[in-house]
Design a protein around this ligand. Sequence first.
Ligand SMILES: Cc1ncc(COP(=O)(O)O)c(C=O)c1O
Length: 393
Amino acid sequence: MTPHEREQGTRTRPDPLGDVRIGQVRSRTSLKWRFHPPDVLPLWVAEMDVLLAAPVAAALHDAVTRGDTGYAHGDDLARAFAGFARRRWGWEVDVARTALVPDVMTGVVEALRLVSGPGAAVVVNTPVYPPFRAFAERSGRRVVDVPLTAAGRLDLPALEAAYARERARGEVVHLLCSPQNPTGTVHTAAELTALAELAAARGVRVVADEVHAPLADAAAGFAPYLAHDPTGLGTALTSASKGWNLAGVPAALLLAGPAAAGDLARLPEEAGHGVAHLGVLAHAAAFRAGGEWLDGLLDGLARRRALLDALLAEHLPAVRRAPSRATYLAWLDCRDLGLGDDPARVLLERGRVALSAGHEFGPAGRGFARLNLATGEDVLTEAVRRMAAALDG
Ligand SMILES: Cc1ncc(COP(=O)(O)O)c(C=O)c1O
C-alpha cells in the first residue's frame, strides 16, 4: 500500500503514467523529446509522459472551439487555487493577496524585484533547480549558496550565519525551493517557521517557489510557506505546471503574506502582461477539477519510486538515493560508479539514456544525476538497463 492509499483509502485510481505508450510520446515535439537524437531514451527535463487530465483537456478544447483565445483577466485561477489549497493542505489563501504572472520563473524575478534592489544577495540552497541562479543573476542580484545538509535538509545554523554576513553588505532575499528540486525534500512546518523567524530577525525576505507542491504525496506533509510564516512577510509562487504537465500552457500565481501585501501592491501592471489566457483556463481547471487525476498520479509516482529502488538494487547497487515523497525527480548519487563529476554525460554517450547533469544543480551535485520518474514502468526499466549496460561498455 502506498502512503497515499493509507491516507486516502485503498481504492485503486487510474495511473496517468500507465496510459501512454512510448510510441505515442516519441512523436511529441517538446524539449524532452526533441533535444536528443531518437535513439536516446529521455528521462531528463521536467516533463511528464502523461495525457492531460480530462478536465484540463476539456477546458482547453472548449476555449479553442469557442475561440476564447484573448487576453487573461480576473481572479478565477486564484480562486481555483484557493479551493485546492484548502482541500489539500487546509490553507486559507486570501485571493486579494495574489497576482497572475506568466510563469513561475517570471514570477520569481518579479518577487525578487518587489522585495529587493539590484545588487541584493539571493540565498539559494543547492542542489537546486539551476535557473534559480541564472534568473537571479540576470536580474542583477548576487547568488549566495547555503547548501542543504548531507541529509538533504535546510541548514538553519548556516542560514542564520549567511543572513547575518550578507545583511552586513546589503539587502538579502532567500529563494526557497519547496519541495526541493532535485532532491524531493519536503521542508517541514517547523523548519519553515524557524526559517521565517530567522529571516525576519535579520531583515531577510523570503520567496518560496512551491511549483512542486501538488506533487508531494499525502504522507509527505507538505507545508505551504505562507501558512507557516508567523511574520507574514513571505511571498510565494505556485502553478499547476508541474503537477499537471502544463509547461506548454503556462500560468502562475504570485502570493503575498499579510505583511507583504504592500509589496504585492507595487507589482507593476506590465508584470502580468504576458499571462496566457489559455494557461489560466487550463491551470484553473487543474486546481478545481484535477484532484482525482492528481491522486492517481501520486499513486503512480509512489510505485515508480519503489520500482526504481528495486531496479537500482538489482542492476546498479552502487547508485544510492535518499527516499523521497515529492516531485517526480530522483536524485541519484553516482559517485561510486567511477564515472567522474558528470555521470549523466557518460550514461548518455555509452548508454543512450538522458538524465540531467547533477553538477548543474550546484557544486553539491558533482557525481550525481537527476532522473525523471514520470514515465511508464517499461521506460523506467529500460532506462536502468541502459544505465547498467553503459557501465559494462
Ligand atoms: C523549482 C522550479 N521552479 C520553476 C520551474 C519552472 O516553472 P515555469 O516553467 O512556470 O517557469 C521549475 C521547472 O521544473 C522548477 O522545478
